[in-house]
Design a protein around this ligand. Structure first.
Ligand code: HEM
Length: 449
C-alpha cells in the first residue's frame, strides 16, 4: 500500500497540546491553522485524526459530491441522550425516511402560515420594552424564538402548553449543553451528580408533556396547522406507507425545539450588534423598514420586499455564523485535495473560518451587506458561505429561519433602535452555537421618524 502523506499541520508538542488550544478558543485555533497551513490541515485531537477543511470546493466535495462516504461525527452519541434518533442525530436510511416525512412541514406555503404568528408574538414582545431600559438582547431573542418555535410546533393558540414545555426544555437544554461541551463530559455524566439528576428530571418532565400532547393529537386526527400536526399526519408514501411512532415523533419534536431556537436567536443577537456598530447600514435598514412596513404589522407578503434586511441577516451570519462548524467522519479511505484520507477520520469545516477568508470576502472583518447583491453572490464559489450546511443534511429549517430572522428584526425595528451598552465586552464564544460570551447588553431607544 502506498505510504499516506498527511496534509500539513501543527506537530504535537505536548500530549494534549492541540486539545488545550482547541478548548481555549476553537475559533482562533482553527483560524490560525487555516492561515498557517492552508486548505487542508491535519492534526490530532486526543486519539482522533482530524482534518480541518478550508476551501469551498473541498467542503462541497464532503457535504455534497461524496456525502455517501460520510457520517456525522463528534458529539453525536452525547446528543442522542436528549434527542434520540431525531433528524439532527439519525443516519442512513432511517434519516432519509424521517427527512421525507418531515419535509412537507417546512414547505414554503406552510411556513407562510407561521409568519402571522411570528409577527404577532414579536409585537407583543416589543411592547414589553421601555425607552432607556437596558436589556440583554441575547436573552430576549432566546425567549422570543423559543416562544415562536413552541407555538409553531404545538399550535399557535395554546399558550400554557408552550410555556410548560418551554420551561422544561430550557432546564434540560442548559444542563445538556453543560454535558455536551465539557471536556470529559461522558465521564462526568456517569457520576451521580446533582446536575445529572436535574437533567434527567427535566427530561422526564419534557417527555411526559410531549407524549401527552402527542396522545391528545392522535385521539383527534385533525390538522391544526402546526408542525406537530404535519408530522403526525405524515405517511411515507415512497416507503412502506407507515407514519411515525410516538417515540419518533418525540425525538423529532425535541430536535426541532433545540435546532430551531438557539441558532435563530443568536443570528438575531449578532444582527443587532452589527447594526449598532454600523450607523450607515443601520440608516439604510431603518429606511427600508419604514418604506416597506410603515407602522402596520408585517405580513408574509412583505418578506420579499425586505431585501436589505435580508442582506443584513446574511452578512451577520457571515461574520457570526450561529452554526460555527460542521463535523463528519469518512466511512472509507478516499482522496481529498490530492491527499489520501484514512477511514474514520474526523473532518471539520468551519463556517467561522471560511466566511472570514479574504480570498472570497475581501476585507473580511468589514460588515458590508452589499456583499449580498445577486451579482456579488453569483461571483463567489457556492460553499464559501454555508451557514445552513449543505447536501442531504442541509438545515431543514433554512427558509423558516430566513423568514423568522427578517420579520422579527423588522418588526422590532419599527419601534426601537438598540445601542450597545457602555463597557459591554464582545467575544464570540463557540459552544453548541456561536453566542456572545458576556451576553449583549443594549439600551433600548425609541425611534424618531
Ligand atoms: C439561523 C438559524 C439556523 C442556522 C444557522 C441553522 C444551521 C444548521 C446547520 C449548519 C445544519 C446542518 C448541520 C450538519 O450538517 O451537521 C442544520 C441542520 C438542521 N436544522 Fe438548522 N439552522 C437554523 C435554524 C433552524 C430552524 C429554525 C429549524 C427548525 C425549525 C432548524 C432545524 C434543523 C434540523 C432539523 C436540522 C437537521 C437536518 C438533517 O440533518 O436532516 N434549524 N441547521
Amino acid at each position: 500500500m502506498a505510504k499516506i502523506v498527511n496534509p500539513p499541520g501543527p506537530r504535537r508538542t505536548l500530549p494534549g497540546g492541540n486539545f488545550l488550544a482547541f478548548r481555549r478558543n476553537p475559533l482562533t485555533f482553527f483560524q490560525g491553522l487555516a492561515q498557517k497551513y492552508g486548505d487542508i490541515v491535519h492534526f490530532s485531537l486526543g486519539l482522533e485524526r482530524v482534518y480541518l477543511v478550508n476551501h469551498p470546493d473541498l467542503i462541497k466535495e464532503i457535504l455534497v459530491t461524496s456525502n455517501s462516504n460520510f457520517t456525522k461525527s463528534r458529539g453525536l452519541e452525547r446528543a442522542k441522550r436528549l434527542l434520540g434518533e431525531g433528524l439532527l442525530t439519525s443516519e442512513g436510511e432511517f434519516h432519509k425516511r424521517q427527512r421525507r416525512l418531515s419535509q412537507p412541514a417546512f414547505h414554503r406555503d406552510r411556513i407562510a402560515t407561521y409568519a402571522k404568528y411570528m409577527v404577532e408574538r414579536t409585537m407583543q414582545h416589543r411592547d414589553t420594552w421601555k425607552a432607556g431600559q437596558t436589556i440583554d438582547v441575547n436573552v430576549e431573542m432566546m425567549h422570543l424564538t423559543l416562544a415562536i418555535v413552541a407555538k409553531t410546533l404545538f399550535d399557535a393558540d395554546v399558550d400554557s402548553e408552550a410555556d410548560e414545555i418551554g420551561q422544561a426544555l430550557t432546564t434540560s437544554m442548559e444542563l445538556f449543553i453543560t454535558f455536551m461541551v465539557l471536556p470529559f463530559g461522558d465521564l462526568i455524566y456517569k457520576l451521580p451528580l446533582p446536575a445529572k439528576k436535574r437533567f434527567e428530571q427535566a427530561k422526564e418532565r419534557l417527555d411526559t408533556t410531549i407524549y401527552r400532547i402527542i396522545n391528545e393529537r392522535r385521539a383527534n386526527q385533525q390538522d391544526r396547522g402546526d408542525l406537530l400536526s404535519m408530522l403526525l399526519l405524515a405517511t411515507d408514501t415512497e416507503g412502506d406507507g407507515s407514519g411515525m411512532t410516538d417515540e419518533q415523533l418525540r425525538d423529532e419534536v425535541l430536535t426541532l425545539f433545540l435546532a430551531g431556537h438557539e441558532t435563530t436567536a443568536n443570528a438575531l443577537t449578532w444582527m443587532w450588534y452589527a447594526l449598532s456598530q454600523n450607523p450607515e447600514v443601520a440608516q439604510k435598514f431603518y429606511a427600508e423598514v419604514d418604506e416597506v412596513l410603515g407602522d402596520r404589522p408585517a405580513t408574509m407578503a412583505d418578506y420579499p420586499n425586505l431585501k436589505y434586511t435580508e442582506m443584513v441577516m446574511a452578512e451577520a451570519m457571515r461574520l457570526f455564523p450561529p452554526a460555527w462548524s460542521i463535523g463528519r467522519r469518512n466511512i472509507q479511505e478516499y482522496e481529498l485535495g490530492g491527499y489520501t484520507i484514512p477511514a474514520r477520520s474526523i473532518h471539520l469545516m468551519s463556517q467561522y473560518v471560511t466566511h472570514r477568508d479574504a480570498r472570497f470576502f475581501p476585507e473580511p472583518e468589514k460588515f458590508d451587506p452589499e456583499r449580498w447583491t445577486p451579482e456579488a453572490k453569483a461571483a463567489r464559489p457556492k460553499f464559501s458561505y454555508f451557514p445552513f450546511g449543505g447536501g442531504t443534511r442541509l438545515c431543514i429549517g433554512e427558509s423558516f429561519a430566513w423568514m423568522e430572522g427578517v420579520l422579527l428584526l423588522a418588526t422590532l425595528a419599527q419601534k426601537w433602535r438598540l445601542r450597545l451598552a457602555q463597557g459591554q465586552v464582545i467575544d464570540p464564544q463557540a459552544l453548541l452555537t456561536l453566542r456572545p460570551r458576556y451576553g449583549m447588553k443594549m439600551i433600548v431607544e425609541e425611534r424618531t421618524k
